[in-house]
Design a protein around this ligand. Structure first.
Ligand code: GDP
Length: 443
């Protein structure tokens, strides 16, 4: 999970401060020494750490914080605000041209995830009712054009290519003419990468840029390379004047140094982050939400957005009705489980829930996907009647289900008990809601 180490370290530091009625200047100094170390260990740029620590100290030692009623909380608030500021303050959105097509040029080193993110971004835009066209302008890597075409087919998005004999500048130019003729409103150009930055690469990218005058030049960099990612961003920005960064593989980056330093070092905002290999694992980058995640305050907004994007709203309404009438069955339960699974890996989802994301706590919690698979197997081994009327599950039926699902009778019993408890709770809630409703009507 992203930021595991840093989040854990910072939370430990803050826990010492939380709830303290009195915080001295020495407390703040001590805490900031720990924060400084935690940030350096997370591979945050040295100068960025230094400036950050001195800014927080200056504000935290200020009178209004130390003399406030909840100084501990106030210091954490200052850290949160400064961390948000460091990562750009507010969300930096894509610059869409009022006169279509919007031209987006993707640049980056080989292996950073450029082609994958060309696909992800086009899917993201497609969901917002845009009609993208992809241009295959990487003529050097043998499989690059094919890779983009496969993505295009998968996403049902057209891909413009002229093979690998024509210059990338020409391909980009012709591709844009084609997009205009076909009324495509966004064009994403996948350019060539190299293993290292070199002059030939930069010259070619400059030529494409000057020819097509893109509205966005997005650099794709791999978060797992830490400070290297920041250095790469710096070099590309100096030559090409980037408009934004897509930070990929954040799902595998336990340190988070690049995410925190890129904006502060280069001045160039992170616009999106890549959270996995699948095509929908791209998220807009919100500095405030990211700061919250790092400080262990969760990220409820992203969680809600994910739920809204994946949960079927009709199903949600039907479910609410069933809960109110206490008709909730194992079939509904299974349905719910599948909806939650669609939202992504469990630990990623739990990481967004405030209080649940303390790295240590998560490890103890062990809500692994395997356990869920057990629950699923048990429910799937029930007959339709059993799913709807679990009260008929006698000992022999339970044994059959345990055998069928490869679990034990204890596992089956535990699930039945949990299910009953859940139903009781739901009944209580719906009774509470009913009496509340009646009271309201009485007025
Ligand atoms: P390119 O050379 O920059 O075009 O890189 P590719 O798009 O071919 O990606 C290189 C590898 O990184 C592929 O195996 C991708 O599946 C993988 N990859 C890309 N983005 C992500 C991401 O956000 N998370 C993870 N875990 N893997 C990614």
């Amino acid at each position: 999970m992203a930021f595991e180490g840093l989040a854990g370290r910072l939370q430990e530091t803050f826990n010492k401060l939380r709830g303290k009625g009195k915080v001295s200047e020495e407390d703040v100094n001590q805490m900031m020494r720990e924060v400084r170390l935690a940030l350096l260990e997370a591979d945050v740029n040295f100068k960025v750490v230094k400036d950050f620590v001195s800014r927080v100290k200056e504000r935290a030692i200020g009178q209004e914080v130390l003399k406030s009623l909840t100084p501990g909380q106030q210091v954490i608030k200052v850290v949160n605000e400064e961390l948000t500021q460091l990562m750009g303050g507010t969300q930096s959105k894509l610059n869409m041209s009022p006169k279509p097509p919007t031209i987006i040029m993707m640049v980056g080193l080989q292996g950073a995830g450029k082609t994958t993110h060309t696909g992800k971004l086009s899917k993201y835009l497609q969901k917002q009712n845009k009609q993208p066209l992809l241009i295959a302008a990487d003529i050097y890597r043998p499989a690059a054009i094919k890779q983009l075409q496969v993505l295009g087919e998968q996403l049902k998005i057209p891909v413009f290519s002229m093979g690998n004999e024509v210059s990338p500048v020409e391909i980009a130019k012709k591709g844009i003419e084609y997009a205009k003729a076909e009324n495509r409103d966004v064009v994403i150009i996948d350019t060539a990468g190299r293993l290292h930055i070199d002059e030939t690469l930069m010259n070619e990218l400059l030529q494409i840029r000057d020819e097509v005058k893109p509205h966005e030049i997005l650099l794709v960099v791999d978060a797992m390379t830490g400070q290297d990612a920041v250095n790469v961003a710096n070099s590309f920005h100096e030559t090409l004047s980037l408009t934004g960064v897509i930070l990929t593989k954040l799902d595998g980056d336990t340190r988070g140094g690049a995410a925190i330093s890129v904006k502060a070092v280069t001045g160039c905002p992170i616009k999106f982050v890549g959270m996995g290999e699948k095509l929908d694992q791209i998220e807009p980058f919100y500095p405030d939400r990211m700061a919250s995640r790092i400080l262990g305050m969760g990220d409820v907004l992203t969680l809600i957005e994910k739920a809204q994007a994946t949960v079927d709203s009709q199903k949600a309404k039907d479910l609410e009705k069933k809960i109110r009438s206490a008709e909730f069955s194992f079939e509904d339960f299974l349905d719910q489980l599948e909806q939650v699974k669609k939202m992504g890996p469990l630990d990623e989802i739990l990481g967004m829930i405030p209080g649940l994301n303390k790295a240590k706590g998560l490890k103890d919690l062990k809500v692994d996907d395997k356990q869920l698979a057990h629950v699923e197997a048990i429910i799937k081994s029930m007959t339709k009647e059993e799913k709807q009327h679990p009260e008929i599950l006698n000992a022999s039926r339970r044994r059959r289900i345990a055998n069928g699902s490869g679990t034990s009778i204890q596992d089956v019993n535990r699930l039945l008990k949990q299910f009953e408890d859940m139903k009781k709770m739901m009944k209580q809630f719906s009774n509470m809601a009913k009496t509340k409703g009646k009271k309201k009507k009485g007025f």
